[in-house]
Design a protein. Structure first.
Length: 132
């Protein structure tokens, strides 16, 4: 039973490490600005201006995401050292991370007033033309 717990726990921790690194690159300031510019384009809004708070949001995300992973890793190792099951801790860490990412993404959208206005008015993104 303990071997399965460690095997799955280590697998989840490795997966969590990769996901943390990927999400950190997604939340760099330039990446966030690019993602918001694409949303502006999709909704037909001109002139995407980088808001003042985007750098702070990016820095916060880049600090918080690895902190969640570090806490998850620490709690997992403490439980294993005590001889207890810990496979569930990385799962909880993943859920907390997903909620945090949703919050950061929502905040990035809220920083862009024109985009928020388009979303609240019920506008739909325009279809991207395809070449035939």
């Amino acid at each position: 039973k303990r071997k399965n717990d460690r095997f799955l726990g280590i697998g989840f921790l490795v997966l969590g490490l990769v996901a943390t690194i990927v999400n950190m690159t997604t939340f760099t300031e330039n990446s966030l600005a690019g993602q918001m510019a694409l949303l502006y384009k999709d909704f037909g809004i001109n002139d995407c201006v980088r808001p003042e708070g985007l750098a702070t949001l990016s820095l916060t995300a880049i600090i918080v995401l690895p902190a969640i992973y570090a806490l998850t890793l620490y709690l997992t190792l403490i439980r294993w050292k005590a001889g207890k099951r810990a496979m569930w801790i990385p799962i909880i860490g993943a859920v907390v991370t997903l909620i945090t990412i949703f919050g950061f993404t929502l905040t990035a959208i809220l920083l862009h007033g024109e985009l928020l206005q388009a979303l609240s008015s019920g506008a739909l993104p325009t279809a991207t033309p395809t070449s035939t």
